[in-house]
Design a binder for this molecule. Sequence first.
Ligand SMILES: CC(=O)N[C@H]1[C@@H](OP(=O)(O)OP(=O)(O)OC[C@H]2O[C@@H](n3ccc(=O)[nH]c3=O)[C@H](O)[C@@H]2O)O[C@H](CO)[C@@H](O)[C@@H]1O[C@H](C)C(=O)N[C@@H](C)C(=O)N[C@@H](CCC(=O)O)C(=O)O
Ligand SMILES: Nc1ncnc2c1ncn2[C@@H]1O[C@H](COP(=O)(O)OP(=O)(O)OP(=O)(O)O)[C@@H](O)[C@H]1O
Length: 460
Amino acid sequence: MAKFEKFREKYPVFTYRSYNINETAETVEIGFKFRIEGLAEFRPSWTFGKPKGVSVKDDLIFERLAFSLGMAEAVSYWKATCSPEFRAECGELSDDQKKWWKKLWFMGLGELFFVNGISADPDSFVNIVSTGSYKSYLSDRVRHPKGCLVPIGGGKDSALTLETLMNSGMDCLCYSINKRRSISGTVKAAGLPENALITAHRHFDRSLVELNEKGFINGHTPFSAIVAFSAEITAYLNGLKYIVLSNEASANESTVVGQDVNHQYSKSFEFERDFHEYEEKYLRTGQYYFSFLRPLSEFQIAKMFVSHKKYLPVFRSCNLGSKVSPDIWCGACPKCLFVSLILSPFLSTEELREVFGKDMLNDPQMLEYFIELIGQSEHKPFECVGSIDEVNLAVSLAIRRIEQEGEKLPLLFEEYKLRGLYHPEDIDALNKECCGSFNEENLLPDEFRKILENEMERLL
Ligand SMILES: CC(=O)N[C@H]1[C@@H](OP(=O)(O)OP(=O)(O)OC[C@H]2O[C@@H](n3ccc(=O)[nH]c3=O)[C@H](O)[C@@H]2O)O[C@H](CO)[C@@H](O)[C@@H]1O[C@H](C)C(=O)N[C@@H](C)C(=O)N[C@@H](CCC(=O)O)C(=O)O
Ligand SMILES: Nc1ncnc2c1ncn2[C@@H]1O[C@H](COP(=O)(O)OP(=O)(O)OP(=O)(O)O)[C@@H](O)[C@H]1O
């Protein structure tokens, strides 16, 4: 019997037992208890800083936020056995909410199901049952939050958002889950003081890693949903209205050609719209979650980003490299290669080498990822990379520039030409189309849209 069926039969129930809120003068800690009945108990927690004088005692909105963050966390532990019943004992969920969570988990675990060869059914993969009291019922308290919270990932996208909003005079505070050098470096490079970065500490229960080692089900989880719910809490504690993400239109593209399996599902517009609706209907914070860069592609972002040279030494987009301290470009993963390719029309070979510490475009080990990134394979790498079309455009522009400068093409670009993929006659039209595109599937409020349009006109 396959793992999925075997574990579901042996461990039929997962329980979200409780969330506990503990306050000190400066912090709010939320502790969760999850249990796979008959197998393991997990106790992850979060610590949020809070401004002086703020209290969440008897605050029903905060209760809902805490419970919801627990729902977003729980899926990481649930996935170990994919138990057919998920029992929420500490909060009430309407049918509509259950549907919402099922959709996030099903879509957000699309890669996990695909990679593990699991054919899960969207209706029956889990049955969410809530047996909790109405601790998290809705209140009609009206709030008037102000200002922006900009979650920073350490990479180019959030750096561009922060820089653009700051330059247009927006009041911004930054948000980070755990500390990372590239994140504090980005905030500093933007000219903000240290206390403009609010860091929440996420304490993941490592006993899950022991289960992974024993062969329980593991794989990608929708991390950006954790960013969304935890940023919602940070904005709430600090009285901020806008939660300004930096997810781009390219994140909407499926990772597997012809199938709805997207590594970046919780960075997609579909999730953004769903989350925004959940915020309005069920969190009722008066806050507004949206992505500032949603109208843009990674190509446009890269072109705009390079005009802010001060971020080049500090930014890091590499997920693997983010696990070492201080964070690095690992220089060997698909995301490092993708960033190198998308920047290649705009930075010289020397500048690229300075950013990444190596010349990935001449590395034969990168050939397989390159072939995936240019769409000559069944699927793109399971990583946060841009669309196939924009990678092809970036490569073609870089080849043209290098050839015009009379330099030798790097190995990967030679391969591109050998495969007959280089069509110089199409480049200008494709470039114009890409630079001028503005994806209308977005939730930008008018004042943010104007800022973005002005900046596009200036830099693209
Ligand atoms: C895996 C993950 O999400 N990691 C984020 C986590 O890092 P942490 O150090 O706590 O755990 P890891 O050592 O990475 O994982 C060890 C095992 O634990 C399980 N696990 C961990 C986290 C989690 O949320 N769920 C899990 O099940 C799993 O079994 C692992 O094998 O927190 C950090 C913040 O403090 C994040 O920065 C870590 O994110 C990684 C950089 C990362 O690679 N994240 C990928 C999910 C990723 O692709 N990120 C995308 C976002 C795409 C999305 O939203 O789906 C991106 O960077 O754009
Ligand atoms: N550790 C984190 N803390 C807070 N927000 C985060 C964190 N990691 C990611 N984010 C948010 O999620 C968004 C998507 O992450 P992602 O890594 O794609 O973007 P990035 O780091 O800004 O740029 P890049 O695509 O170059 O890596 C970020 O722009 C940021 O808003």
